[in-house]
Ligand binder design. Structure first.
Ligand code: ACO
Length: 385
């Protein structure tokens, strides 16, 4: 038997065993991140990166494989700053999209539109992909902030290359220079959101890349996958959930009733982090505790703790990354509809790194399906049906 026949036999065997949702299936190789032993980006522990690195350094690490030197970082920041110029036609498009659409949908459309203004849009070699990835990294916060301010009838706040990625992002959103504390908190959350192995949106981006399609198409598809409530869309639902519980003493009953109704609570459960807590949730919970200084913020932290305890006792489910980020972003004064776009902005680094990796050593991703439909049958002419 030749290698392809053998591979097909292996596939047939695997088909019988493949669990729903590809749960636990190793679908390929990556050198970018791993969930083994916590979460590591290119070998560095998430906790170390959150403590000691900036988001820009982490984006560089994901894209290029190593942390930057001072000189390389300065160059990278300069390219990012240059990329923050978004074509006027795309800003115009953001202004003209219907007001009722969610910011994450506007972002998906705008990323797709950006491709039409990128001279390398359809080039898929490594150099072109890297250039486009860095441009997108710089442009996505501009798109999110522009749509946010335009829908409020506010003047656009210009990008400031002197600020950090997170500081600039916050200042473009709010029109004000953020405090160092807020800037750092956003930065740390973006580091947590930057990559996660073969999660649904990254795998989507890799599938698109595997067809030989372009980076903008892959990232657009990634945003489409991310916005679902089982994935990145959960961080927006978390806030609604939290605010619907009036006090910590009501948390237990709230969770009991929800579980009895088989309701899924956003911010809990994870496909991989089942027997340990999502390390991002651990890191971000501490950051939330530090940020919570007003009575109202502390009250929300207490409610969150009580819901966590009840979810554990009723369903043995642990919080995931979206559980604390919703509180963190609220403490930064950001609207809930921005939460998933913030996630997407951070994940551009991870998605792009995976597109680069996929296209460096590509084989088309096309699995088989186990057919469960009707057996072969005769087709009756229309008049006889
Ligand atoms: N609330 C209540 N019950 C839950 C939850 C939840 N958040 N998550 C899982 N369960 C229950 C399921 O109902 C099921 O219960 P059952 O066995 O009694 O029927 C059991 O736990 C297993 O659930 P699965 O769907 O098989 O778990 P899976 O690994 O497929 O799902 C997922 C993972 C989708 C993240 C799930 O936990 C969920 O829906 N969470 C809420 C949405 C969320 O927070 N998503 C963000 C995930 S992190 C990220 O993408 C950034």
């Amino acid at each position: 038997m030749n290698a392809h026949v053998l591979a097909n036999v292996a596939t047939t065997i695997a088909m019988k065993q493949t669990p729903a949702g590809l749960d636990g299936l190793i679908a390929g190789e990556t050198a970018i991140s791993t969930l083994d032993h916590g979460l590591h980006y290119r070998g560095y522990a998430l906790e170390d990166l959150v403590r000691n690195a900036t988001y820009t350094e982490v984006a560089y690490l994901l894209l290029r494989g190593e942390l930057p030197t001072t000189e390389a970082l300065a160059d990278f920041r300069a390219i990012l700053a240059e990329a923050a110029e978004v074509p006027a036609a795309v800003v115009q498009l953001l202004q003209e999209l219907p007001l009722h659409i969610a910011p994450i949908d506007a972002l998906r459309t705008a990323i797709s539109a950006l491709a039409h203004f990128d001279e390398q849009a359809n080039e898929t070699d490594d150099t072109a992909n890297l250039g486009k990835a860095i441009r997108l990294l710089g442009q996505v916060p501009v798109l999110i902030a522009a749509r946010h301010r335009l829908t409020r009838g506010e003047e656009l706040a210009g990008s400031d290359p002197e600020l950090s990625f997170a500081g600039n992002f916050l200042s473009m959103l709010t029109g004000q220079i953020p405090t160092a504390r807020d800037e750092r908190a956003l930065e740390q959350s973006l580091i947590c959101y930057a990559d996660l192995e073969f999660n649904a949106s990254t795998f989507t981006a890799r599938i698109v890349a595997s067809t030989g399609s372009d980076l903008h198409s892959a990232i657009t598809a990634g945003v489409g996958a991310l916005k679902g409530p089982l994935h990145g869309g959960a961080n927006e639902d978390v806030l609604d959930l939290l605010l619907s519980v009036e006090s910590a003493s009501q948390a237990e009953k709230f969770v009991r009733d929800a579980i009895a109704k088989k309701r899924r609570l956003a911010g809990f459960g994870h496909r991989i982090y089942r027997d340990r807590t999502d390390p991002r949730a651990v890191v971000l919970k501490d950051i939330c505790s530090d940020l919570a200084t007003t009575d109202e913020q502390r009250r929300l932290e207490e409610i969150a703790d009580a819901i966590e305890a009840a979810m554990w006792s009723h369903k043995q489910l642990r919080p995931n990354v979206d559980w604390p980020t919703a509180r963190l972003y609220r403490m930064l004064g950001l609207d809930a509809e921005l939460f998933t776009p913030l996630f997407a902005a951070a994940r551009v680094a991870g998605w792009s790194a995976h597109v680069l990796e996929q296209q460096r050593d590509n084989r088309l991703i096309t699995p088989r399906a186990k057919y469960v439909g009707p057996p072969p049958r005769a087709l009756l002419p229309l008049r006889e049906r």
